[in-house]
Design a protein around this ligand. Sequence first.
Ligand SMILES: Nc1nc2c(ncn2[C@@H]2O[C@H](COP(=O)(O)OP(=O)(O)OP(=O)(O)O)[C@@H](O)[C@H]2O)c(=O)[nH]1
Ligand SMILES: [Mg+2]
Length: 502
Amino acid sequence: MPGIVAEAHRLVDAARAALANEARPRALLADCAGRLDQPLRIALAGSLKAGKSTLLNSLVGQDIAPTDATECTRVVTWYRYGSTPSVTAHAGDGARANVVVRRGGGTHGLTFDLDRLNWNAPAPREVDHLEVEWPAAALAHTTIIDTPGTSSLSREVSRRTARLLTPDEEQAVAVPGADAVVYLLRRLDAADVRFLERVGAGTGAAQGVSGPLGVVGVVSRADEIGAGRIDALHSARDVATRFAGELERTGLCQAVIPVAGLLAFAAATLRQQEYAAFEALAGVPVDELSAALLSADRFARPDVALPVAPELRAQLAERFGLFGIRMAVTLVRLGVRDSATLAAELTARSGVDELRSVLDVQFGQRADQLKAHSALTALARVLTAYPGSPADALLPRVRTLLADVHGFAELRLLGRLRTDELGLPPADLAELHRLIGGSGIAPHLRLGLPVDAAPSVQRDQAVAAVRKWRSRARHPLADQFTATACLTAARSAEGTLGLLPE
Ligand SMILES: Nc1nc2c(ncn2[C@@H]2O[C@H](COP(=O)(O)OP(=O)(O)OP(=O)(O)O)[C@@H](O)[C@H]2O)c(=O)[nH]1
Ligand SMILES: [Mg+2]
């Protein structure tokens, strides 16, 4: 077991032993210990209808998360790996009920029937959250939590999401349910900023021990920006860049990426029949097709003459969106000749590949640190809330780890780099970002070298980086924040050096 996870485990176990006679802390700490052994938990959050469930389906590659207006989209739902599919409703008091899963008609995915639940308890309960176990490879190392929209019309629904990510408001002691957050926005509004500020309250310099350490932003339903023009992903990228600028000033996200989740999912599940339809549509004169694609209703109308049956057209519109159809037809016109190539091209243009790689760099490669940070944060809360036992003696060590673990420092700095003015030229800023793991934590990535660079070259580069960043940190004109950032970079370089063979 890696160092920081093992140390967090030891501390949690010691606290459990010391607080074994108190029910509430015992339960919280047992949960804490369990989480260290389980996959990383990533929550998808964002405003109502931002496309969270659709994005979850495209990340998993199967339509397991219900979309649109069914009751089950108003409940926090956990998606975990399981060898056989099952859906369970959990009540706040631990009671459970099996949930019947229905497959929707046509292109619709699953629906969870919450009307008839058989509780393993004498009386019906209110559902606190759902747990879906599903045999999907994407869930093997990551548990994904789908949340109801935060600025939803119902305050109660918003609260369910807030409780998961920023529990302090409602409960004296609680543990944030997620280790990292993907926040979806279609535009930036005050409610998003408020929510992100609350999530991020614990990640800043104050280490106010609150939310998870990793937050990545997604400009969602990116194809709808620019009114479905063929260059929508470019205009979406411009919007995302603007968002990124605004978000960076607030310091709320580590990265912002535009993603067309609907297109990503349709591409991942592209059917031969759909490919054939795009081929047929590519033969239609450009003006005629553009006129038919003015709206989804118009495109599916039987009296609009097109070489594809109206039902199939309706399916294309629902699965790909108008932008996706235009994009697919354009790609066929440009020479794509088979469905596998089309699927790959559409996937690349949806932005989901880029999101996957950012999630891997920011969350996947740092899963141990993120999990250990959640556990230590929770442990600090429990120890503070239940003083007066021998476990008190553990608190200083927990606080020291939260403040000093170098991986935590890197993550905090990654989150703040763009927010705060560092007194460094752009090239140095880029190098610092790379050194602290902004492009990935493998030594060659940190050092900016090719993957096959000789160990001696890597060592020389690492030694030079240690020298350079130590001396930057000591520069008499460096302000406090810049000096600390340079020292963090020097430590990252030292850590990298330690990983390289002699
Ligand atoms: N054009 C387009 N539509 C999308 C995209 N993602 C989602 N949608 C549509 O937006 C609607 C809402 O999508 P959901 O995935 O249910 O959104 P959500 O954020 O989970 O919604 P709630 O859970 O109800 O807050 C559905 O009709 C989707 O088909 C996208 O990338 N492009
Ligand atoms: Mg949803």
